[in-house]
Write a protein that binds this ligand. Structure first.
Ligand SMILES: Nc1ncnc2c1ncn2[C@@H]1O[C@H](COP(=O)(O)OP(=O)(O)OP(=O)(O)O)[C@@H](O)[C@H]1O
Length: 249
């Protein structure tokens, strides 16, 4: 589904990603951990098409297409979803309006008619219930005044409705209280299927107790320096990252 080869990325001429290689098959959940400033969010932004990043070398293939050639909105319509580390507030745009507009944009791209208004309400309400949110959040402006945890939950609500093929979750666990972590994780787990893949950025092993990854990677200094199974996350929790220094070379 996603094949990243030798990716080099700069921001204002400063090298951030320095030869990152990563392959994700359909249905797999990959967790990315690593020290602050290693380039984890940079990777998620480059994949979603945020401006300001220069790819100087390497390639990203998504479902057989050159992902880097596609405009951000086309990536989204092709099923690439990013749950932001810092979700954006959009005053004046209601949550439900955004969800419907985004879903219809995806459907149009797939050659499908607009979603029926009643069907949409049924879908939205079932997902709101799944994430144990109050329906009033649907009618508030997107993320405006939401608490940190409410914003994170709202990101997963978007994913649950848009049903992306590649779900990138950037520190979705940060800011969640213990119950919210479990509920959001259950929401993510309910989205898992044989075709949908996940790239989960996290600092904490505890998220991986709820969402079992197939592969855990350590991103340090712009590269994947170690990959392993879920036991790698436990080892990192115990030993930190310093024992991996120099392994990139
Ligand atoms: N606009 C920018 N100008 C200069 N440097 C930047 C800019 N944006 C990001 N960086 C730098 O890129 C590096 C990687 O940042 P990134 O946010 O990808 O790290 P991260 O691994 O996600 O860190 P964290 O775990 O703290 O969220 C950091 O050193 C950061 O300061």
């Amino acid at each position: 589904m996603l094949s990243i080869k030798n990716l080099h990325v700069t921001i204002n001429d400063k090298p951030i990603l320095k030869g990152l290689t990563l392959d994700i098959n359909p249905g797999e959940v990959h967790a990315i951990m690593g020290p602050n400033g290693a380039g984890k969010s940079t990777l998620s932004h480059v994949l979603s098409g945020k401006a300001g990043y220069t790819v100087t070398e390497g390639s990203v293939t998504y479902n057989g297409k050159d992902l880097l050639e596609l405009a951000p909105e086309i990536r989204a319509r092709e099923g690439v979803f990013l749950a932001f580390q810092y979700p954006v507030e959009i005053p004046g745009v209601s949550n439900i309006y955004l969800l419907k507009a985004a879903l219809n944009a995806m459907r149009k791209h797939q050659g499908l008619p607009e979603v029926d208004a009643m069907d949409f309400l049924t879908i939205v309400k079932s997902k709101v219930k799944l994430l144990q949110m109050d329906e009033k959040f649907l009618y508030r402006a997107v993320n405006e005044g939401f608490s940190g945890g409410e914003k994170k939950r709202n990101e997963i609500l978007q994913a649950a409705i848009l049903e992306p093929k590649l779900c990138i979750l950037d520190e979705t666990d940060s800011g969640l209280d213990i119950d919210a972590l479990r509920i959001v994780s259950e929401g993510v787990n309910s989205l898992r299927n044989a075709e949908r893949s996940f790239l989960m950025i996290t600092h904490y092993q505890r998220l991986l107790d709820y969402i079992k990854p197939d592969v855990v990677h350590v991103l340090a200094d712009g590269k994947i320096v170690k990959s392993g199974g879920p036991e790698l996350a436990l080892e990192l929790e115990e030993r930190g990252y310093s024992w991996l220094e120099g392994q990139a070379a």
